[in-house]
Design a protein around this ligand. Structure first.
Ligand code: ZN
Length: 269
């Protein structure tokens, strides 16, 4: 599932191409992917300009000139492609937004959705989310306030969107690896230095992944060399049986509250 760096990469690339553009047509092939009748959805968005694209946690928010928004969550398996009809991937597109000869395709939206909301509905929808880890307000003090005394395991707490927003299965493992702590440890049992390392690792792992364009498999548009460039730089996630880049020990996979988690049994404490 795309996490903060993947959605931030989408936001940056899409902003360049569709911010300020008017949606001149739309197709919905899967009514379950939206929250209103198809007719209403299309009437409400066609001839509206996309004034800006914002990211919050793993969501993208497309602000429309009507003051309504489209709230996107790709969930597991969802992705996007932007381009002409001829270049589009040969896949089922659940929702399409058209900008004259170019189209934004939403693909693999099984659990994912794109919802048309008013500003107050949006606020309500996002009200449970924890702080943005890359936000300038999220400093060591805020980190301490967020996690101090938490009894949950690192992995399950880091992926809890109500505690901290945007981190999922992959980056929670990467963050624990960077901080040299095992993901099944508990927050309230960390030493002071480990706690500080974890804060630094959250910032550095996510920032690096954003810079590298995240891990999505498919490019967003033709000639896009950014999307997915983070994948070869992942140090621990999905690398069971390979050697740890830090100490050469074999990486293992464990389960933490039925989530798969990867760690080095030697250099993570
Ligand atoms: Zn190691």
């Amino acid at each position: 599932m795309p996490e903060l760096p993947e959605m931030e990469t989408y936001r940056r690339l899409l902003s360049r191409h569709i911010e300020g553009k008017v949606i001149n047509n739309s197709n919905v092939n899967r009514e379950k992917s939206i929250n209103v009748p198809i007719d209403t959805f299309i009437t409400e968005i066609v001839n509206k300009q996309i004034t800006s694209i914002e990211r919050r946690a793993k969501h993208l928010i497309f602000h429309l000139s009507s003051d309504k928004v489209l709230l996107l969550h790709l969930m597991l398996g969802g992705w996007m492609y932007f381009g002409k009809e001829n270049d589009a991937p040969d896949r089922t597109k659940q929702v399409i937004l058209s900008f004259n000869d170019k189209h934004l395709y939403f693909i693999g939206l099984r659990l994912g959705y794109i919802h048309l909301l008013s500003q107050s509905e949006l606020k309500q929808e996002l009200s449970d989310l924890g702080p943005e880890p890359l936000g300038s307000n999220f400093n060591e003090h805020a980190f301490l306030k967020t996690f101090e005394g938490k009894r949950g395991r690192l992995k399950t707490t880091l992926v809890d969107q109500q505690v901290i927003a945007g981190i999922g299965n992959c980056y929670s493992d990467e963050i624990c690896f960077e901080a040299k702590v095992k993901p099944d440890r508990k927050f309230n049992e960390l030493k002071e230095q480990e706690f500080k390392n974890l804060f630094q690792s959250i910032k550095s792992v996510l920032q690096t992944a954003v810079t590298n364009g995240g891990y999505m498999e498919n490019p967003l548009l033709q000639g896009d060399k950014l999307t997915g460039s983070q994948t070869p730089s992942l140090k621990i996630y999905n690398r069971e049986g390979q050697n740890c880049i830090r100490c050469n020990e074999k990486i293992i996979r464990i389960e933490i509250s039925s989530r798969k988690s990867f760690l080095c049994p030697n250099c993570q404490q």
